[in-house]
Design a protein around this ligand. Structure first.
Ligand code: C2E
Ligand code: CA
Ligand code: CA
Ligand code: CA
Length: 279
């Protein structure tokens, strides 16, 4: 085309330069944001369907820019992983989660667990277990109140070493759940091999559960299978009463989603919990 001019290659390079400099800009912003403490942690309740009570919280990181804009993790976690910044960021999230649990203890909620997402980069560290334990000690949180959420694909990268790490975590009293279950190469065999306490059914299966017979069957089967194996099931992305009722009829024990609450700042969590009888 005319816009491309004689030298199409030139424009292509320009575009690449543009992309690279945007990336460098974002990387600089990320470093600065870590130093300036622009990150914060929101929490989303997990609700026990039998009791209607909040049984735990999932910690979800947010980047709050100086102008108040809230940036979602999807927009910066990939680069944080590529640059290794996910390690200090992950440590920040764990610290913030420990602090939050202490605040909640102060208002009488001492039975909740907090779930923290673990990036494949973090999970791949040889000293992962020591790091997490040091973090908990610093933050004064008993290991039994921490849950780590790890995706199937992270665990499948090196099954042997994953099992060894999970065994160590569990030995220390930390529980592990498989995040985004159903989106990777799940295998029943490996499910049996990994010492996990819960499966989190990915929201993509929950979304159409009331209309899509196949999705409903998959979820029902996963719940049944997990129960047989003594593993808890958490359904993610529950937005409607109809989804909730169907999940309950399948025997799903725990749900998480906008139906109950979006991820919210700690102050709002306190308010939410005080309005919930689960404390
Ligand atoms: P995830 O671990 O699967 O977290 C669930 C995501 O679904 C969250 O998005 C949450 O806000 C969203 N969600 C929850 N309920 C509903 C619902 O009912 N409807 C809809 N449409 N969405 C719902 P968020 O907070 O944007 O996080 C996205 C992903 O970023 C997370 O997916 C996780 O993989 C990653 N992430 C977030 N925080 C951290 C962190 O501290 N460390 C690491 N390594 N990853 C994180
Ligand atoms: Ca998660
Ligand atoms: Ca998930
Ligand atoms: Ca996800």
């Amino acid at each position: 085309s005319k816009a491309r001019g004689r030298n199409g290659f030139f424009l292509f390079t320009e575009e690449m330069n543009e992309r690279i400099s945007q990336r460098m800009q974002l990387e600089n912003d990320l470093r600065r944001a870590l130093k300036e403490r622009e990150f914060t942690v929101y929490f989303q309740p997990k609700v026990d369907l039998d009791t209607g009570r909040v049984s735990g919280l999932e910690a979800l990181v947010r980047w709050v820019k100086p102008d108040g804009t809230v940036v979602s993790p999807g927009d910066f976690i990939p680069l944080a992983e590529e640059t290794g910044l996910i390690v200090p960021l992950g440590e920040f999230v764990l610290d913030a989660s420990c602090k939050a649990m202490q605040v909640l203890e102060g208002v009488g909620c001492s039975a909740l667990t907090v779930a923290v997402n673990l990036s494949p980069i973090q999970f791949g560290q040889d000293d992962l277990v020591e790091r997490v334990m040091a973090n908990l000690e610093r933050g004064g949180l008993p290991a039994s109140r921490l849950e780590l959420e790890i995706t199937e694909s992270t665990l499948m990268t090196d099954v042997h070493s994953s099992v060894a790490k999970l065994d160590q975590l569990v030995e220390h009293g930390i529980s592990v759940s498989i995040d985004d279950f159903g989106t990777g190469y799940s295998s029943l065999y490996y499910l049996k091999t990994f010492p996990i306490s819960a499966l989190k059914i990915d929201s993509s299966f929950v979304r159409d559960i009331t209309e899509d017979e196949n999705d409903a069957k998959i979820v029902e089967t996963v719940v049944l299978m997990a129960r047989t194996m003594g593993i808890d099931v958490v359904a993610e992305g529950v937005e409607t009463r109809e989804q909730l009722d169907l999940l309950a009829s399948f025997g799903c024990a725990t749900v998480q989603g906008f139906y109950y609450s979006k991820p919210i700042p700690l102050e709002d969590v306190v308010r939410f919990l005080l309005g919930n009888e689960g404390i």
